[in-house]
Design a protein around this ligand. Structure first.
Ligand SMILES: Nc1nc(=O)c2c([nH]1)NC[C@@H]1CN(c3ccc(C(=O)N[C@@H](CCC(=O)O)C(=O)O)cc3)CN21
Ligand SMILES: CC(C)C(=O)C(=O)O
Ligand SMILES: [Mg+2]
Length: 269
């Protein structure tokens, strides 16, 4: 019997930084409930992201915008109740971090009700990141394709193909790190840009559709289990294709990330 159930075995941000420095790839998947969280944790996935993609794959919306802070706190609680070792990050949903004070109120919900270890927010919101970090809240940045800005962008498209935009994303990555972020997710950018950013940052960079040079990889769980049929982005892979069970598919993903077999050129921009 341990008095403090949370202490001791859970990975920390320090452990993830050590993995980057050692050149060991970090594997991450989204998780939204206790059963999958337990399975992913058991297989050895280091990072569980309670993504606002749940608005699409759990709630059936066409975007992540309808997801509320209550939804995020609820699913984060479900995930943290079951994990033992994995580090848990929760997405700040759309319009929940417009000011530093609003961000603090909402991040506190994800940490106190959801028991998240870190919160993730989209864009180079430097004042918000600095404020949260100053309050003791670990922050994960998210650059490249920002799904919460889909209405401004006009679709889910690769970002940073043009030199000027690539330079902007690199500069944003540097200031996000400078503001105190402990991790960075890079979504849907050319592999060469992601490589340059991963090389120039001290903090681990987790890629999705960002090529093989990132320090880690993340996919939407339901895409790699092939239960988002027809809607799976090109950068994702169906790991059920050669597996006889969900656990085997997750094991194949974890192994493929660790051995740099995933992402392959066909998953890369
Ligand atoms: N199921 C699911 N998987 C995801 O990866 C995901 C979500 N939902 N919801 C939130 C965002 C939206 N994402 C998406 C969705 C579609 C594409 C997509 O279809 N991209 C095109 C590229 C188009 C281009 O070349 O510019 C592709 O063919 O992959 C990319 C990212 C990633 N995230
Ligand atoms: C795709 C990842 C990076 C995400 O933000 C989500 O699942 O919401
Ligand atoms: Mg998200």
């Amino acid at each position: 019997m341990t008095l403090y159930a949370d202490t001791g075995k859970t990975l920390s941000i320090r452990d993830l930084l050590t993995m980057k420095q050692a050149g060991e790839k970090i594997s991450c998947l989204t998780a939204y409930d206790a059963s999958f969280a337990a399975l992913l944790d058991h297989v050895g996935i280091e990072l569980l992201l309670v993504g606002d993609s749940l608005g699409m794959v759990i709630q059936g919306h066409g975007s992540t915008l309808p997801v509320t802070i209550q939804d995020m706190a609820y699913h984060t609680r479900c995930v943290t109740s079951a994990r033992r070792r994995a580090f848990v990050i929760a997405d700040m949903p759309f319009a929940s971090y417009a000011s530093p004070q609003q961000a603090l109120t909402n991040a506190a919900l994800l940490m106190q009700t959801g028991n998240a270890q870190m919160v993730k927010l989209e864009g180079a919101k430097i004042d918000v990141i600095e404020f949260l970090v100053a309050q003791g809240i670990p922050v994960c940045g998210h650059l490249g394709l920002l799904p919460q800005s889909v209405n401004r962008i006009g679709g889910y498209k690769v970002q940073g193909r043009e030199a000027g935009q690539a330079q902007q994303i690199l500069e944003d990555a540097l200031v996000v790190e400078q503001a105190g972020a402990g991790l960075l997710v890079l979504e849907c950018v050319p592999a060469m840009l992601a490589e340059e950013i991963s090389r120039n940052l001290t903090i681990p960079v987790i890629g999705i559709g960002a090529g093989p040079a990132c320090d880690g990889q993340v996919l939407v769980l339901y895409d790699m289990l092939n239960i988002t049929a027809g809607n799976r982005p090109r950068f994702s892979k169906n790991f059920m294709a050669e597996a006889d069970s969900i656990e085997e598919a997750v094991r194949r993903y974890h192994h493929a990330v660790k051995t740099r077999l995933f992402p392959a050129p066909e998953h890369t921009y």
